[in-house]
Design a protein. Structure first.
Length: 727
């Protein structure tokens, strides 16, 4: 049975700003002691009066609590109530002294002025236009989010979606949910359809409503592309809509045709090995793949002036600039690269890819040609710049394009101003980004793609580098020779063992520290594995090797969830490595502390931040409600409401670690990661380390990963479009 209780908040014990889960103490009129209220609630602060609805429960550890299902602010009517309300601190820009001046000026009309006439706040001494706007925006956000939470709970949804909906739609969020819920499905891939569908059905929309069916199709198509595929089989889309959302197959087929006519999807009869099978593409990805194929064919068909290559001159030029003599494999690339418009160079660790990039730049610059170096992420570009000694940038910056909600946009006529474009870490480039890249390469320029095809595929859809290699229509150079100095490294030898499916060289470490550069600590219990990892990162490796706990050591794990996922490990590592940062109760809910290692999670071109960038928290400002993060000497400010774009980064997934290199990598590996255990995942994790790899876990998990080798498991047709070939 649901009850409603009204009272004054006495203290906030815990708050997670990303999902608004709160533990608070509330005092009601007839009680001497406060009651504990827990649940998803809007931004609250001591002194506020709230009405909570829910039920009583008894927690096995914390005792009797009131479980909140909805919470609403009760606006005060008296001067004292208004003063307590404003001084509670939930409104950005209003502290105790500002609250006193506002109340002295407006008296009992204060709340009405803030809500309906916020521009009048400038009448108060010390409040200018900027501060009045800050107060207005903070007030509106607080109350709109509270109303959104109430609405979502009424529709049977999780109230924690409210902050994200407010960031997406602002003041219009509630109106959009009521009048056009399926807009949310389009604007917020993934959870957006779940939110929209629940609201629509609760509001009386029929299951076969055309808007619902179209949104359902796009939802499942989005799931397919989120898994790395460029298209989905039509039959699977029909089946998913029918089985999971009770939509008649005929209605789904009709919706797909309507979406096709509207230009949102493309229906194609599958070419190649499975003729007669219909597939459905998001229109942008169809344009990307067909555009890549057309551009590559055009580049390969154009003639290139014959150029005499003097091996001795090339060797002399490279040695003079780099003091390094190219290997026979590297020299073959250098000799042939001048006669091609598009070249792929691939190889594992220790085979000289970085040296070759430097040699390519030196060779071309020696002939008076301009060279541009780029990589998919800021971290990879920074590393490329460091190892090459030359300026390198992200592909986005090279193209002069923006990233808005992960959809690329740019000027197709904005060609790259360089004679030679070298892209490092090309295995990370997805189909959309590669399409924008290749159409910006001038027809007179040379594009060189350098990458390790045995690594994980891109985070985004497609597997461009592998498709280009498998098409066999352009020159591909495989660097297979491992240099002598690299061959001394067990890390590099083991990486090549993984590539070939051979047994690993594992130094079993019973007592830490081990002696070599590749340790295996066998342990089957997840809790002991986690404790071992924390001890390695916080004590053993820093004390034994002098590794910096933040800069030099990286925990890399296959998954986010579970006892050995990033979420759980980050909490443990934060407590062990950064437990003494000064924080008060109100900032604790952000889960971030000064000194924390954090990762940015969403492409944000306006801030020049990309998914996977690593930084350090320099301050948590509770008064301004912001978190300040240092990225390579540049400080970026996040509002508390934006901290879902951040995560702790003491532990990251293997995918997030791509393009980075660390002195030491620590990796849990157990059969609980079964769904993710693949040879390319293990290979990618190992190759992130320069000096030390420590695996902690089960031998069986290593064996499983070594046996599972399925690098082709993404739906794309680029290789076939480039070279249909026989059959």
């Amino acid at each position: 049975m649901k009850l409603s209780i009204q009272g004054t908040l006495e203290a906030i014990k815990y708050r997670n700003s990303s999902n608004c889960y709160t533990v608070a103490v509330m005092r009601t009129g007839g009680q001497d002691t406060g009651i504990t209220v827990v649940g998803v609630m809007p931004a609250l602060a001591p002194g506020q009066v709230v009405k909570v609805t829910g039920r009583w429960k008894t927690h096995p550890r914390f005792g009797r609590q009131f479980l909140v299902t909805s919470c609403e602010n009760v606006l005060p009517a008296t001067i004292e109530g208004i003063r307590a309300y404003l001084q509670s601190g939930f409104v950005k820009g209003i502290g105790p002294s500002t609250a006193r001046r506002i109340i002295e000026h407006f008296g009992a009309q204060t709340i009405d002025v803030i809500e309906k006439q916020p521009d009048r706040l400038t009448e108060v001494p010390g409040i200018g236009r900027a501060k009045a706007a800050m107060i207005r925006d903070s007030w509106n956000e607080h109350h709109v989010v509270a109303a959104l939470m109430t609405f979502l709970v009424e529709k049977g949804l999780d109230a924690s979606y409210a902050p994200r909906l407010f960031r997406e739609y602002g003041q219009n969020a509630l109106e959009i949910l009521k009048t056009d819920p399926f807009r949310v499905a389009a604007d917020m891939p993934g959870k957006g359809f779940v939110i929209a569908d629940a609201i629509a059905l609760a509001s009386g929309v029929r299951e076969d409503d055309p808007a619902r069916v179209r949104a359902c199709v796009l939802h499942f198509l989005g799931q397919a592309t989120a898994s790395g595929n460029l298209f989905a089989f039509a039959s699977r889309l029909y089946s998913q809509c029918e089985t999971m959302f009770h939509v008649d197959r005929g209605a789904v087929e009709k919706a797909v045709r309507e979406l096709s006519r509207a230009g949102e999807v493309v229906i194609e009869e599958m070419p190649g090995p499975e003729p007669g099978v219909d597939v459905v593409w998001p229109a942008q990805l169809y344009e990307a793949e067909t555009g890549i194929a057309a551009r590559i064919k055009a580049m390969l068909s154009g003639s290139i002036p014959a150029e005499e290559t003097d091996t001795g001159l090339i060797m002399e030029r490279v040695v003079r600039h780099l003091a390094v003599k190219p290997s026979p494999e590297q020299l073959e690339v250098l000799e042939n690269i001048m006669s091609h418009r598009l070249v792929v160079v691939t190889g594992g660790p220790g085979t000289g890819k970085t040296t070759l990039v430097r040699a390519i730049a030196a060779m071309f610059e020696g002939t008076g040609r301009s060279v541009a170096l780029a990589a998919p992420t800021g971290r990879a570009a920074k590393r490329l710049s460091e190892v090459s000694g030359k300026k390198a940038t992200t592909i986005h910056r090279l193209l002069g394009i923006g990233v808005d909600d992960e959809q690329l946009s740019g000027n197709p006529d904005n060609m790259i101003d360089a004679d030679v474009i070298v892209i490092d870490e090309a295995s990370m480039v997805d189909a959309s980004l590669f399409y924008h890249l290749i159409r910006a390469v001038p027809v007179t320029s040379t594009l060189v793609l350098v990458g390790d095809v045995d690594q994980l595929p891109p985070v985004g859809p497609g597997k461009v580098l592998r498709d280009l290699i498998e098409s066999e229509v352009l020159p591909v150079f495989f660097l297979r020779e491992v240099f002598r100095q690299a061959d001394r490294s067990t890390i590099i030898r083991n990486a090549h063992h993984v590539r070939r499916g051979e047994p690993l060289e594992l130094e079993e470490v019973a007592e830490m520290p081990g002696s070599g550069d590749f340790w295996f600590i066998e342990e089957n219990d997840p809790d002991r594995i986690a404790r071992t990892i924390v001890d390695l990162c916080s004590r053993v490796l820093p004390e034994t090797f002098g590794f910096d706990k933040l800069r030099d050591i990286q925990v890399i794990t296959p998954m986010h969830k579970g006892r050995l996922g990033t979420i759980a490990l980050n909490r443990m590592l934060q407590s062990a490595i950064n437990s003494e940062s000064g924080m008060d109760t109100r900032t604790k809910g952000t889960a971030f502390r000064p000194g924390d290692k954090v990762m940015h999670l969403k492409n944000n071109y306006a801030r020049e931040l990309f998914n996977g960038d690593i930084g350090t928290v320099v301050d948590v400002d509770d008064t301004r409600r912001v978190v300040l993060v240092d990225y390579y000497g540049r400080v970026v400010e996040y509002d508390f409401a934006e901290t879902d774009e951040l995560s702790l980064a003491y532990a990251v997934t293997v995918h997030k670690a791509q393009g980075s290199e660390y002195r030491a990598v620590v990796m849990p590996l157990t059969t609980s990661h079964y769904i993710m255990l693949e040879r390319n995942l293990l290979y990618t994790a190992i190759t992130r380390a320069r000096e030390l790899v420590v695996m902690v876990g089960m031998r069986k998990a290593v064996d499983v990963a070594m046996k599972r080798n399925n690098p082709h498991g993404r739906l794309s047709l680029l290789s076939y479009r480039l070279n249909p070939g026989p059959g």
